[in-house]
Design a protein around this ligand. Structure first.
Ligand code: G4P
Length: 528
C-alpha cells in the first residue's frame, strides 16, 4: 500500500461524554462492529465504577487495565480506526482534555434524559479550542427523555454549535418506534438488542407512502412527516465542510445498549470523519504527507507497581513514518533517542511494531525522558502547539514530613507532574510547593505514589484558591507592580511562567477590571 493510502485509511477519534451517558456502551458496540471483540461486556472492565470513587487503589488498578484499551484499533469497511479512550472519572478530566489533542475528530454522547451536563460543556470547550469536528449521538432513546426539538435547542445553545439532524426519532421511552434516516431516506424500526447486521430497515422513497402509517400508526406517521418537513426546510443537506471546520455537528438518535442507531452513526463517521490532518507547530504547519517523521507525547501512564517503574508514553504520529530502532530527535532535551520496543494497540495484547503512520498512536517505554507535549522529529526544532494545561480547581500546599527525603520528594513531584497527574506551582521568590488538581482523588494518588515510589512522606494543606490564571503584560513594569502588590497570590509553573491564583470569581473579576494592562489567560497555551 502506498504511503498516502496508509494515511487516508486512518481515522483517529475519541468518544466523549459526561459519565454515564453511554460512552463505554457505545465503544463496545463499535468494537463489535469492527470485529475487535466478540462478546458484549468486554470493555466494561475499562470503566471506573461509581462505587470505586473512594478507593483510588481500585481506580489505579482499573487504570492499569485501561492502558491496554487506551487505544483501540479496529478495521471497518476498509478503514483503520484508532479509537482513543478517555477516562470517565471527572477527577481525571485533564487526561481526557489532553487525549483530545491527539485525535482528529470526536463523537459526543448525550443522554436524552439528562441533556447537556457539566462534563459535556467542558469537553466541548476543549473541542472548540481546536475546532475539532464533532458528531453528536443522543443516547438512551428507549427511556422517556426530553423532546428531540428541545434537546437540539438545548445542545445548540449550551454548546454553541450548530446541529444537523441525520436521523430523527419516532417518540421515546416505551413508545420509541425507531429512527428515520434523513440521509438514506429509510426507516429503522426499533427492536431491542439489534444484531450487527440486522436488516430491520424499510426503504421509504416517499414519506407520504401509506406504508409508513401501517408501520408506525397514523398519528406518529403524521408527526414524522411534519418533523421531517420542518428539519429539511431548515437544514437542507449536510455541509461537510462546515462539519470538518467544527461549525456544524451532525446528530444521530439511538440507544447504544440496544445497538440501535449505532450502525448509522458508524457508517456516517466512516464516510465523513477526517483522515489525519495538518497540525500547527511553533514554526510551521506540519502535514501527514511529509516524508519526515514527527509526533508528540499526549499521555504518560505510570506503573503503580514499585517493582515495575517503567512508564508508557503515548506518541501520536503526525507526519512521516515512525520506525522501530531509528534515532529520533527529542526537541526539548536536544538529544537523539531510539526505541527498540515500540508497541501498537492493534490487538488487545501489546504488539511490538516496526512502523507506524500518521494518525497512529505508539506506546513507548519511558524511563523518565518524556513529559506531556514533548515532540519527536527527524532533527527539526519544532514543537506541536495546542497541548495546553488548564486551570486546576483545587490547590494544596505540599508539606514535607521527612526532611531527610527532600531530594526524593522534589524528584517525585517533578516526575509525577511531568506525567500530568497534577500541576506543580512554586511560590514566586520562594520555595513553597503548591499542587493543583482537578479532583481530590489525585491528591490521594500523589501522596500514595510519593511514599511508595520515592519514599517521600507528605501532607497536604488546603489553600483557599479556586483558579489559576497565567498572566502576561506588554508593559514589564506593570507586570512587576502587579506581582509586588499581589505577592501572596503569585506562583510560577514548572516552565517558569507567572501564574495568578484567585480566591474566588469575585476576586478574579476585580483584578481583571482593576488591571487592564495585565492579560489573564485560562490555559498555559499562550506561552507556546
Ligand atoms: P459511560 O461510559 O458514559 O459512563 O456510560 P456507560 O456506557 O457505562 O453507561 C452508563 C449506564 O447507562 C449503564 O448502566 C448502561 O447500561 C446504560 N446505558 C447505556 N446506553 C443505554 C441506552 O441506550 N439505554 C438505556 N436505557 N441505558 C443505557 P449501569 O446500570 O450504570 O451499568 P451496567 O450495570 O449496565 O453495566
Amino acid at each position: 500500500m502506498t504511503y498516502e493510502a496508509e494515511i487516508n485509511k486512518r481515522k483517529t477519534f475519541a468518544i466523549i461524554s459526561h459519565p454515564d451517558a453511554g460512552k463505554t456502551t457505545l465503544t463496545e458496540k463499535f468494537l463489535l462492529f469492527g470485529g475487535a471483540i466478540q462478546t458484549a461486556g468486554a470493555v466494561k472492565s475499562n470503566k471506573i465504577k461509581k462505587y470505586a470513587t473512594s478507593d483510588f487503589m481500585e481506580i489505579e488498578r482499573q487504570r492499569g487495565i485501561s492502558v491496554a484499551t487506551s487505544v483501540m484499533t479496529f478495521e471497518y469497511k476498509g478503514m483503520l480506526i484508532n479509537l482513543l479512550d478517555t477516562p470517565g472519572h471527572k477527577d481525571f478530566a485533564e487526561d481526557t482534555y489532553r487525549t483530545l489533542t491527539a485525535v482528529d475528530s470526536v463523537i459526543l454522547v448525550i443522554d436524552s434524559v439528562n441533556g447537556v451536563e457539566e462534563q459535556t460543556r467542558k469537553l466541548m470547550e476543549v473541542c472548540r479550542m481546536r475546532d475539532t469536528p464533532v458528531i453528536v449521538f443522543i443516547n438512551k432513546m428507549d427511556r422517556d427523555g426530553k423532546l428531540p426539538f428541545d434537546l437540539l435547542e438545548e445542545i445548540e445553545k449550551e454548546l454553541k454549535i450548530q446541529l444537523h439532524p441525520m436521523t430523527w426519532p419516532i417518540n421515546s421511552g416505551k413508545n420509541f418506534k425507531g429512527v428515520y434516516n434523513l440521509f438514506d431516506k429509510n426507516l429503522r424500526l426499533f427492536t431491542a438488542n439489534t444484531r450487527a447486521n440486522d436488516e430491520n430497515t424499510l426503504q421509504i422513497k416517499d414519506l407520504n407512502d401509506a406504508i409508513l402509517d401501517q408501520k408506525i400508526g397514523e398519528k406518529d406517521a403524521a408527526q414524522l412527516r411534519e418533523d421531517v418537513e420542518l428539519i429539511e426546510g431548515v437544514h437542507g443537506p449536510l455541509n461537510i465542510k462546515d462539519y470538518l471546520e467544527g461549525k456544524t455537528a451532525p446528530v444521530f438518535f439511538g440507544s447504544a445498549i440496544n445497538n440501535f442507531g449505532v450502525k448509522e452513526l458508524l457508517d456516517t463517521f466512516i464516510r465523513i470523519a477526517p483522515v489525519p490532518l495538518c497540525r500547527p507547530t511553533s514554526v510551521r504547519e506540519v502535514c501527514p504527507g511529509e516524508e519526515k517523521f514527527s509526533g508528540f507525547i499526549f499521555k504518560i501512564h505510570a506503573n503503580l507497581d514499585p517493582k515495575h517503574r517503567d512508564r508508557i508514553a503515548f506518541l501520536r504520529v503526525c507526519s512521516g513514518k515512525f520506525e522501530r530502532n531509528r534515532y529520533y530527535h527529542h526537541v526539548r532535551l536536544n538529544k537523539d533517542i531510539r526505541f527498540s520496543n515500540p508497541y501498537s494497540f492493534l490487538a488487545r495484547e501489546k504488539d511490538i511494531i516496526n512502523e507506524a503512520f500518521p494518525g497512529d498512536v505508539v506506546g513507548l517505554f519511558d524511563t523518565g525522558n518524556f513529559k506531556i507535549g514533548d515532540t519527536l522529529t527527524e532533527g527539526e526544532n519544532l514543537y506541536f502547539t495546542g497541548i495546553p494545561s488548564f486551570s486546576p480547581e483545587l490547590f494544596k500546599e505540599v508539606v514535607n514530613k521527612d526532611p531527610m527525603k527532600t531530594k526524593q520528594l522534589e524528584k517525585g513531584l517533578l516526575q509525577l507532574t511531568d506525567e500530568g497527574v497534577a500541576q506543580l506551582f512554586t511560590q514566586h521568590n520562594g520555595n513553597r510547593k503548591i499542587i493543583g488538581c482537578v479532583g481530590d482523588l489525585q491528591f490521594e494518588v500523589i501522596q500514595y505514589r510519593l511514599l511508595h515510589e520515592y519514599g517521600a512522606s507528605v501532607q497536604f494543606n488546603s489553600l483557599p484558591f479556586y483558579k489559576a490564571c497565567w498572566i502576561t503584560a506588554k508593559d514589564k513594569k506593570k507586570l512587576e507592580d502587579f506581582i509586588r502588590f499581589k505577592t501572596g497570590n503569585i506562583v510560577v509553573d514548572k516552565d517558569g511562567h507567572l501564574v495568578y491564583l484567585a480566591q474566588s470569581q469575585w476576586f478574579l473579576n476585580t483584578e481583571i477590571a482593576n488591571n487592564p494592562d495585565i492579560e489573564f489567560h485560562f490555559s498555559s497555551e499562550i506561552h507556546k
